[in-house]
Design a protein around this ligand. Sequence first.
Ligand SMILES: [Zn+2]
Length: 260
Amino acid sequence: MIEELRKLKKLQAYDEQIYRREEELDALPEENAALEARIAEMEGKLTELRNGIALQQEEIRKRTEIVARGEEKLKAITGKQSAIRNKDEYNALLREIDNIKRFNKEVEEEAGEITREMEIRAQELKLVEEEHLAKIAECRQKLNENRKRIASLEREIEKMYEDRDKLTAGIRPAVLRKYERILESSSSGKAIAEADKYLCRGCNMTLPPQLYHNVLKAERIETCPNCQCILIPSESRRSEKEKKEPVIRDTTTEQHNDDD
Ligand SMILES: [Zn+2]
């Protein structure tokens, strides 16, 4: 019986390693989603600023065109001056020239205003770029590392489950099922706990004396009433007990090496 418990202990140590990898694997997709959201947010801000600038450039371009058309018109009108026949026509021409000039001035002022806004935005873009571009690269690198880590964990876990069969050999199926049931419902990835000085070392609860003595005797599977772990005598308890009651040890089973 004590041999079976030792095998369970070894299996538990192995399963704990699987459990740790599975926990890491479970957490990674969420971490990646957070990284992707952060990248999208930073890139969104950059795109917003760049689009804003592009839009302003377009507005300035349109106004420059309008002003150029006005200038052409002015030139054309000035050329018509020789055809003027009377004062009314002359006044009308002056008004038209005046209107075009006033309109062009307004449009130029608008373009100037937009240019100033655009320059402020360009400065902001520069600052945001300085701040975000390095961070985006950092996030992308982390994302990449995480993706590689996921793939490697998946391979590792698969391999570990394959190798696990070696460790379950020699454990009775009913005991193994019980162990696995406890492991599945455990939130800590533990199904085995040592009992020492009347305490369950899994949850530190004091064990009823009778239960504790049964655990030391190791004649049947006992579980902690609090954390449900299968209780095994702590190694120090065992050696004390073995010192007190020397037993002839079966070296063929005691010393076989299942570390690999
Ligand atoms: Zn316990």
